[in-house]
Design a binder for this molecule. Structure first.
Ligand SMILES: [Ca+2]
Ligand SMILES: [Ca+2]
Length: 230
């Protein structure tokens, strides 16, 4: 017997920290058991966010619930309470955690749920236009930087990314531009040195993912770019 205090401070035993993966109810796609109280703690590195997409929800409607919290415990804001049948709901964490609880009572059951998680860049830009700059800009960027930027515009739009300034240590400090929402998307171009000043790039879809990396010596101005929804 652990006693009340130990129970109260016990963290969720099911932690998910991979770049991507799945969570599902016990025995999915077979019927889940009665009286479950399951937790799923999905944690990304600091600076990244968690995206969670429910491919299937099938529970006893109004009685057996999946609760999605924006944080690392049930104390985090409740984003949604799913019950009954649904598919396709997507949730994104504000910081680097989502916490999911699945509870069933006695009586009716179902297949439960399956959901897929992935890590998104936490440095997110939305809206029709904006400015993206290297860390510390207009000062020099730091050594050993590894920064991500996720730009997302309206669903049916594309993005024009135009660089006003680009100045990095050639070959050692660079910016990767991906045609999508993560590093899993196709790489459009890797920019380094000063050649990229006044370069413009276009996305095919409504998102662009940038990754800026610097090595351990020689800091330059970095970059400043304007993105526009087109
Ligand atoms: Ca039930
Ligand atoms: Ca450098």
């Amino acid at each position: 017997d652990r006693g009340f205090l130990a129970q109260w401070s016990l963290a969720c035993g099911s932690r998910y920290t991979s770049i991507k993966g799945e969570i599902h109810s016990p025995d999915y796609p077979n019927q889940y058991a009665d009286n479950l109280d399951e937790c799923y703690d999905i944690t990304a590195p600091v600076g990244k966010a968690v995206r969670l997409e429910f491919a299937e929800v099938d529970t006893e409607a109004g009685v057996d619930f999946i609760r999605i919290h924006d944080g690392d415990s049930e104390a985090g804001d409740l984003l949604a309470e799913l019950s009954g049948q649904s598919a396709g709901e997507v949730f994104v964490s504000t910081l680097s955690n989502l916490y999911v609880v699945f509870q069933s009572n006695t009586g009716g059951t179902g297949k439960g749920f399956i959901a897929y998680y992935s890590q998104l860049c936490g440095n997110r830009f939305a809206g029709p236009s904006g400015q993206v700059t290297s860390p510390g800009y207009p000062g020099n960027y730091p050594n050993n930087a590894d920064e991500c930027y996720l730009i997302e515009v309206a669903d049916d739009k594309r993005i024009l990314l135009a660089f006003d300034v680009f100045d990095t240590e050639a070959d050692y400090d660079y910016l990767e531009v991906y045609d999508g929402a993560s590093e899993a998307a196709p790489l459009i171009q890797t920019l380094s040195g000063s050649d990229a000043t006044y370069v413009s790039l276009y996305s095919n879809g409504n998102s662009l993912y940038l990754r800026f990396v610097s090595d351990s010596s020689f800091r330059y101005d970095g970059f400043s770019a304007t993105y526009t929804e087109i």
